[in-house]
Design a binder for this molecule. Structure first.
Ligand code: OSB
Ligand code: MG
Length: 373
């Protein structure tokens, strides 16, 4: 059973509403869907979560496209072996999102060939998985409160607010006054400096689950200082790019919690390694973060959220929170208790809807591979 081909689809998905953070606003969400084909006729899908510009990370959908074609696709192993791919791709520095798209497609293909659901293959235990919703910056607090009430009525049991200078303490104050008891957390996407700590200290009185990535996107040192100054638990997102960063964050005591995104860290193998370091060795909790994924990327998030160290609701909302129509045949839907359930079908258990994929595809690329590699 050898890999016989690979296809890339760059899709641009219109969001139902603008998603605004401290680093910018998104209306059209790009993604690269990776399809890997096997000589037996089986296929696996992955998703590259890089954005339109280098705002969340230095990768973009454009850099990822080039790195995939020029560097990563030529490193595909002869068989559906994600570990072999990651070893071969270790000479490529960075470009984790591009790597993750290929690695995840190999995992899906491998699990489908073995007729097993992927969550079972990676040692997942918790299912269904608890999820929440991440709410962007709005034009007014009234608009934000309306949005929150809409999601609470839909059944979401945890709210994450995006914060930034000028949209923080007063906003949290108003939300807390309206909803004194909901599980609530905030994400700054690196919008503050350590010297802002007296201001951030003002968050301590709101009983937040955590404060996510307040400081620089590469920082582990100032976060360690901030952690000692705040009572609100500190969570890292952008700063944990590889398992090494998780190790350093422990050594420096930079955070209580890690938001684990498979795209950001280079795939499932790196994600499992971070889970091992952070949870199994250090007994600190994790949760799974999202990047506004299509139904394909979302399936990998649900898969990872079944891991035992995932102790907080994850940023994995239903398809209809993001898109009018998802590119998979059966969209992700919210279930009771603010949960999503991994699919029992082999692999990630989702099928791509070809007419929708075509509708949103801006460019595509494909390559047949020789069996003799
Ligand atoms: O920082 O967690 C983040 C979306 C895009 C980029 C970064 C982030 C986010 C989110 C949305 O918060 C999470 C989701 O997919 O619902
Ligand atoms: Mg974040």
């Amino acid at each position: 059973m050898t890999i016989s081909g690979v296809e890339l689809y760059e899709v641009w998905m219109p969001l139902k509403s603008e998603f605004r953070t401290s680093f910018g606003a998104t209306r059209l969400r790009p993604a690269i869907l990776v399809r890997i084909l096997d000589s037996s006729g089986e296929e696996g899908w992955g998703e590259v979560v890089a954005g339109e510009g280098p705002w969340y990370s230095c990768e973009t959908v454009y850099t990822a496209w080039e790195v995939l074609r020029r560097e990563l696709i030529p490193l595909l192993p002869p068989e559906a072996d994600p570990k072999a791919f990651i070893e071969r791709a270790s000479r490529v520095r960075g470009h984790n999102m591009a790597k993750a798209g290929v690695e995840m497609a190999l995992w899906d293909l491998k699990a489908r060939l073995e007729r097993r659901p992927l969550y079972e293959m990676i040692g997942g235990e918790r299912r269904p998985v608890k999820v929440g919703v991440s709410v962007g910056v709005k034009d007014s607090v009234e608009e934000l409160l309306k949005t929150i009430s809409y999601y609470l009525e839909k059944g979401y049991g945890r709210i994450k607010l995006k914060i930034m200078p000028g949209w923080d303490l007063e906003v949290v104050e108003r939300v807390r006054r309206e909803y004194p008891d909901i599980p609530l957390q905030v994400d700054a996407n690196a919008a503050y400096r350590l010297s802002d700590w007296p201001h951030l200290k003002g968050l301590d009185k709101y009983g937040l689950l955590m404060l996510e990535q307040p400081l620089h996107y590469d920082d582990l040192v100032d976060h360690a200082s901030l952690k000692r100054l705040l009572n609100t638990p500190l969570c890292l997102d952008e700063s944990v790019k590889t398992p090494l960063h998780a190790r350093w964050a422990l050594q420096l005591d930079s955070a209580d919690i890690v938001n684990l995104k498979p795209g950001r860290v280079g795939g499932i193998i790196a994600g499992l390694e971070i889970h091992r370091i952070w949870y199994e060795e250090a007994h600190r909790p994790l949760w799974i973060g999202g990047m506004l994924e299509t139904g394909v990327g979302r399936a990998f998030l649900v898969t990872l959220a079944t891991l035992p160290g995932v102790r907080f609701p994850s940023d994995i909302s239903a398809s209809d929170r993001y898109y009018e129509e998802d590119i998979i045949t059966e969209p992700w839907t919210l279930e009771k208790g603010s949960t999503l359930s991994p699919r029992k079908a082999p692999g990630i258990g989702v099928e791509v809807d070809w007419s929708r994929l075509e509708k949103y595809t801006r460019r595509r690329w494909g390559k047949r591979l020789e069996a003799s590699r």
